[in-house]
Design a protein around this ligand. Structure first.
Ligand SMILES: NCc1[nH]cc(CCC(=O)O)c1CC(=O)O
Ligand SMILES: [Mg+2]
Length: 323
């Protein structure tokens, strides 16, 4: 018996017939960076081709994404320095930039699934994801603010809140406050296995949110660990997460697979800013082909088990898939 495996690779038609992994626009979550102002469009230096937009441009982006078949955006805001404090007070402002952004996108594109970042770092004078006491990022007081913040986003019309902070117990606290206030249709996408990663560098440039002291290793996970990711994720599912997330993506494909095989909720992966920047930089140098690198990267993340991918390449990928 001879098995000629190459038969199934003979032509593009056959390869397409037997492809095990398929990318579609609805798999993508497009992150959007929002700034105050009008007509503002600022390119992020370490993320060439990616921009911070004021509300008008954000709405325009959301419309374009929708027209391309992308069904979800993940909102991040850049908070003005003078509004930052230790407790993220501005994060709870019902008329804050995030709350206005949620309303603006929902008004313009009602079908769009609007997800919101829930964490203190853009609002923190220390650039940390929680309240700082001495040198410590305190857990329980932070969780209370995160719950209030989630409620505020739900009140503004968010479809999903996406806590990206890695405090213990915040998923349960968020679910409770949503229930208590009758937000029974608001989803939680939990950053369950978020690693302390150097690949977030460009994002911190985008939001001017780099930690002012120390690092995030007392709350984000150690990249040496895999079983810990499972423990974190199973707890988030128990506490009421609707979608769980692994972050970053490319260096953590094993974690995505482990979690995919261990939970029954949808799994998302965040192809983060540094992963975007690496492809952009190498392509600019002429060392890799950008388009091929995008599709290979995103397909690998899906193959590893991600149902959804948050990626700065969402639009590029859809354009490439349509060719
Ligand atoms: N809560 C902060 C947050 N939310 C999303 C990202 C990173 C996203 C990216 O790098 O693309 C970060 C950075 C961090 O944890 O320092
Ligand atoms: Mg946890």
């Amino acid at each position: 018996m001879i098995r000629r495996n190459r038969i199934l690779r003979t032509s593009p038609a056959i390869r397409a017939m037997v492809a095990e992994t398929i990318l579609t626009p609805a798999n993508f979550i497009a992150p959007l960076f929002v700034v105050e102002g009008k007509g503002v469009k600022e390119e992020i230096a370490s993320m060439p081709g990616y921009f911070r937009h004021s509300l008008d441009g954000t709405v325009q982006e959301a419309k374009e994404l929708w027209a391309m078949g992308i069904r979800s955006v993940l909102l991040f805001i850049k908070c003005a320095d003078e509004l930052k404090d230790n407790k993220g007070t501005e994060a709870l402002n019902p008329d804050g930039l995030m709350q206005r952004a949620i309303k603006a996108v929902k008004d313009a594109v009602p079908g769009m699934v609007v997800m919101t970042d829930v964490a203190l770092d853009p609002f923190s004078i220390y650039g940390h994801d929680g309240i700082v006491e001495g040198e410590e990022i305190v857990n329980d007081a932070t969780v209370e603010v995160l719950a209030q913040m989630s409620l505020s986003h739900a009140q503004a019309g968010a479809d999903f809140v996406a806590p990206s902070d890695m405090m213990d117990g915040r998923i349960g606290a968020i679910r409770d406050i949503l229930e208590e206030n009758n937000f029974t249709k608001t989803g939680i996408m939990a950053y369950s296995a978020k690693y302390a990663s150097c690949f977030y560098g460009p994002f911190r440039d985008a939001l001017d949110s780099a930690p002012g002291f120390g690092d995030k290793k007392t709350y984000q996970m150690d990249y040496a660990n895999a079983r810990e990711a499972l423990r974190e994720t199973l707890m988030d599912v128990d506490e009421g997460a609707d979608i769980v997330m692994v972050k970053p993506a490319m260096a953590y494909l094993d974690i995505i697979r482990l979690i995919k095989d261990s939970v029954t909720v949808p799994v998302s992966a965040y192809h983060v800013s540094g992963e975007y920047a690496m492809i952009k930089a190498a392509a600019k140098m002429g060392w890799i082909n950008e388009e091929k690198a995008i599709l290979e990267s995103l397909t690998s993340i899906r193959r590893a088990g991600a149902d959804l991918i948050a990626t700065y390449f969402a639009k590029d990928a859809v354009r490439l898939l349509n060719q």
